[in-house]
Design a protein around this ligand. Structure first.
Ligand SMILES: [Zn+2]
Ligand SMILES: [Zn+2]
Length: 219
């Protein structure tokens, strides 16, 4: 939804999209009012967005097209929500060669953090927040709980070596959960950051073809 104020009567005008020619008719006073250039620029499909397959490249200073949910494309109840994306350059893992402390230092240096307003409908905003909280929480809790539960159950089944087998199975379940959570749940409910550099934020979209159609742009 595009909102701005009528130059004639001062009342707020709400539109679904920027009208052809950039002019709207005020529903209150019937005056023809040009949509302010800054508003039109923010709401038109950002020509600066680029796609590489499912990866959406948002150059620094560019905005996501407003009016539709950036995840599902719906236009009802969409609000801008500032999302902070954190990306760690894979080079940081080279620090592991030197041990944990070099890894932590490299990670602190190479970690990039960037905020971007993302238009989201109520439903997508909720599922994004939910997966952003519950997935990391589940991973941390599961790392301890699953081997422990597996060990207890295994021990009850077979007191001689059941505990070790149970704990091993618990770790296996945790690894499966990690991948399913990441690739089935998180990647469908969030825009996943793939890269942040001086030029752009690169995000992965769960349904690139749909959102490209919605935004009226080609891949
Ligand atoms: Zn008016
Ligand atoms: Zn949505």
């Amino acid at each position: 939804m595009i909102r701005f104020f009528c130059a004639g009567c001062g009342r707020e005008i709400a539109l679904q999209s920027v009208p052809e020619g950039g002019r709207a008719i005020c529903p209150i006073c019937n005056q023809v009012v040009p949509v302010p250039a800054a508003v039109a620029a923010a709401y038109s499909p950002a020509s600066s967005l680029r796609w590489e397959g499912a990866k959406m490249i948002v150059p620094r200073g560019a905005v996501l097209p407003h009016g539709n949910c950036a995840l599902c494309g719906r236009s009802e109840g969409v609000t801008q929500i500032s999302k902070t994306f954190t990306w760690l350059n894979p080079l940081a893992y080279l620090g592991l060669l030197g041990g944990l402390i070099p890894l932590v230092i490299l990670a602190l240096i190479l970690q990039k953090r960037e905020s971007l307003p993302v238009p989201l409908c109520g439903r997508c905003a909720r599922s994004w927040s939910l997966s952003a909280i519950l997935f990391p929480l589940g991973i941390i809790l599961g790392l301890f709980a699953l081997p422990a539960v597996g060990g207890i159950v295994g021990n009850a089944v077979n007191p001689s070596d059941g505990a070790a087998i149970g704990a091993g199975l618990g770790i296996l379940v945790w690894i499966v959960g990690l991948f399913v959570g990441r690739y089935v749940w998180v990647s469908r409910t969030q825009l996943i950051v793939r890269k942040i550099d001086a030029a752009a934020i690169t995000l992965q979209h769960p349904d690139p073809a749909m959102i490209q159609r919605t935004w009226g742009m080609m891949g």
